[in-house]
Design a protein around this ligand. Structure first.
Ligand code: DMJ
Length: 643
């Protein structure tokens, strides 16, 4: 008998196992047995391998399911009797069953899709039988339902918070009949502006008082957001024009909607709408204003989604997409825009208990603190992608102004506890005084503009607010320089008054120069207009409150008369194109800030100090009063959510 050959898995024939029987004659039978045993072992290993492959190779049926887009259709029951194993809720089948079940499942789905299509087709046929009007009515009903649902969601009541001390919202009646008469005159002007807007521009952002129709600019986007209504509310309230206030409230309640596909200025919407709504809320206690302010603020938040957290200048209220003004240096955001959010955002956090608003503005502050400032000055442009300054232009007028104002007011509004803001203000003002403030040959103090290392000896109407700011910040200034800053405020007020006094209409131009023999006078034709701006009157009012020097009331009255004489038309009030021409042409715009600021500051100028006292109220840059948060040692709020 020949020794059986071993057939290995590879199929190659191996030589017979020849251990030399003669060497172990008594083991011959034993060796045959071991060969069989090895053969058995190899066979059983082979069978185990086949089983392993069967269970562990990927289940192709799964891929098939995925390709069909049915990966989320799980077989609903577990039938282990048919070879299925229940592993943590998922069913694993024997392959044959699996394919069968999936075929069934696909068939079931196909039938369902067919049935759905047929149903949709039937419905479409039914629809087509209806008239166009019926279809439109149905669509409208559906839309209304969605809007109502959204409204319900948005109008959730906010958690109650202790209201700050609201002092002096109904007083201010002067005893002096002459002053009372002046105050009444200002109130009558407000009524004229409001009534005409009510009649010809209601719901539009602003009024064209000559064309007698609505007006808007790109800062408000393309929607009718009733900017004049929101901006005017608190002025109406403090003047005691309660019917008008109620009309405004009703419009806001029913019509002010922020779910619009409209690209707005974050800054303007903040100072006019959020500031206006918050002030109206604090004065009247009407919840609707608070709710609207919070809804709107939510729509502005996507503007902060930039690589640095410095917000875009504009945001689309619906899509949340933001971008910057095309004219701004190297795609930059503007200092006066992203730096004028603090007051409103702190109040939003206070009222909602949600720190998100506070965190956004504090992030901006921290970022600015870390940056180098050329000559200690803040440039007007900052790129929100790179976090780098754009052109090295610095201004206390347009593009820079209210950034400085809000540093001071953050400190005041925190009951003077936000010392970080006060320090930033003091540092900034010192650098401004050193590099931007000069005296003209004729002895007029002016604030110029810093452009790449050079001082442009030109001052804007907007810059005139700084007189009031210096006076307001005098108390609490570094090195006890209160007297110095009060004096500086008085000098700026004087210069700005001169810019009014040197015109034919006794109204100030947009910008005026101190160069080549010219003093406080506009040179370029496109700087000669007056658009009902408030800044000069704002400074008169602060100077009056702080010094009680009667000349400020006198100057304020001159301006009131000039506005009445040259800007009043039968359809409201209009800006004028050339203050040096005694026969003015109108720009035909009644700006919303005329009602929010110019007329409010005039009214306050002829009121007693107990109306909105400065110890209790801080005015935002659009003259909307917000209460001081008297909360020791916190820059934020007394809202329990923060404690
Ligand atoms: C107002 O909207 C605000 O005062 C803003 O800060 C700057 N300019 C206008 C009015 O001139």
């Amino acid at each position: 008998m020949t020794t059986p050959a071993l057939l290995p898995l590879s199929g190659r024939r191996l030589p017979p196992l020849n251990l030399g029987a003669s060497a172990f004659p008594h083991h011959r039978a034993t060796l045959r047995l071991s060969e069989k045993f090895i053969l058995l072992l190899i066979l059983s290993a082979f069978i185990t391998l086949c089983f392993g492959a069967f269970f562990f190779l990927p289940d192709s049926s799964k891929h098939k399911r995925f390709d069909l887009g049915l990966e989320d259709v799980l077989i609903p029951h577990v039938d282990t009797s048919k070879g299925g194993k229940n592993l943590g809720g998922f069913l694993i089948h024997g392959q044959g069953h699996d394919e069968h079940r999936h075929r069934e499942e696909e068939e079931r789905l196909r039938n369902k899709i067919r049935a759905d299509h047929e149903k949709a087709l039937e419905e479409a046929k039914e629809k087509l039988k209806k008239s166009r009007d019926e279809i439109q009515a149905e669509i409208q009903t559906e839309k209304n339902k969605v809007v109502q649902e959204l409204k319900k969601k948005d109008s959730k009541p906010l958690p109650p918070v202790p209201l700050p001390n609201l002092i002096g919202i109904h007083s201010g009646e002067p005893a002096d009949p002459d002053i009372r008469e002046k105050r009444n005159k200002v109130k009558e002007m407000m009524k004229h502006a409001w009534d005409n807007y009510r009649q010809y521009g209601w719901g539009h952002n602003e009024l064209k008082p000559i064309a007698r129709k609505g007006h808007s600019t790109n800062i408000f986007g393309n929607s009718q957001m009733g900017a004049t209504i929101v901006d005017a509310l608190d002025t109406l309230y403090i003047m005691g024009l309660h019917d008008e206030f109620r009309e405004g409230q009703e419009w806001i309640d029913k019509n002010l909607d922020f779910s619009v596909n409209s690209e707005v200025s974050v800054f303007e919407v903040n100072i006019r709408f959020i500031g206006g709504l918050l002030a109206a809320y604090y004065l009247s206690g009407q919840e609707v204003f608070k709710i609207k302010a919070v809804q709107l603020a939510g729509k502005l938040l996507p503007a902060f989604n930039t690589p640095t957290g410095i917000p875009w200048a504009m945001v689309n209220l619906k899509s949340g997409v933001g971008r910057n003004w095309g004219w701004a240096s190297a795609g930059s955001s503007i200092l006066a825009e992203f730096g004028t959010l603090h007051m409103e955002f702190v109040h939003l956090s206070y009222l909602t208990g949600d720190p998100v608003y506070y965190n956004k503005v504090m992030h901006i502050r921290k970022l600015l603190q870390k940056m180098d400032r050329p000559n200690g000055l803040y440039p007007n442009y900052l790129n929100p992608r790179t976090g780098r300054w754009g052109q090295h232009h610095t201004s206390v007028g347009g593009l820079g102004d209210s950034f400085y104002e809000y540093l001071l007011k953050a400190w005041l509004m925190s009951d003077k506890t936000d010392t970080e803001a006060r320090k930033m203000y003091d540092d900034a003002i010192e650098a401004i005084e050193k590099h931007l403030i000069r005296k003209s040959n004729g002895g007029l103090t002016f604030i110029g503009e810093w452009k790449n290392g050079h001082l442009e000896r030109k001052m804007g109407h907007l810059t005139c607010f700084a007189g009031g700011m210096f006076a307001l910040g005098a108390d609490g200034s570094r090195d006890d320089k209160a007297g110095h800053y009060l004096q500086l405020g008085a000098e700026i007020a004087h210069t700005c008054h001169e810019s009014y006094d040197r015109t034919a209409l006794k109204l100030g131009p947009e910008a005026f120069k101190f160069d080549g023999g010219v003093e406080a006078v506009a040179v370029r034709q496109n700087e000669k207009y007056y658009i009902l701006r408030p800044e000069v009157i704002e400074t008169y009012w602060y100077m009056w409150r702080i010094t009680h020097d009667p000349k400020y009331r006198q100057w304020g009255w001159e301006a009131t008369q000039a506005i009445e004489k040259y800007c009043r038309v039968s359809g409201g009030f209009s800006g004028v194109k050339d203050v040096y021409s005694s026969s003015p042409t109108y720009d035909d715009v009644q700006q919303s800030f005329f009602l929010a600021e110019t007329l409010k500051y005039l009214y306050l100028l002829f009121s007693n100090d107990d109306l909105l006292p400065l110890d209790n109220w801080v005015f935002n840059t659009e003259a909307h009063p917000l209460p001081v948060l008297h909360l020791a040692n916190t820059t934020l709020s007394g809202n329990p959510a923060y404690r």
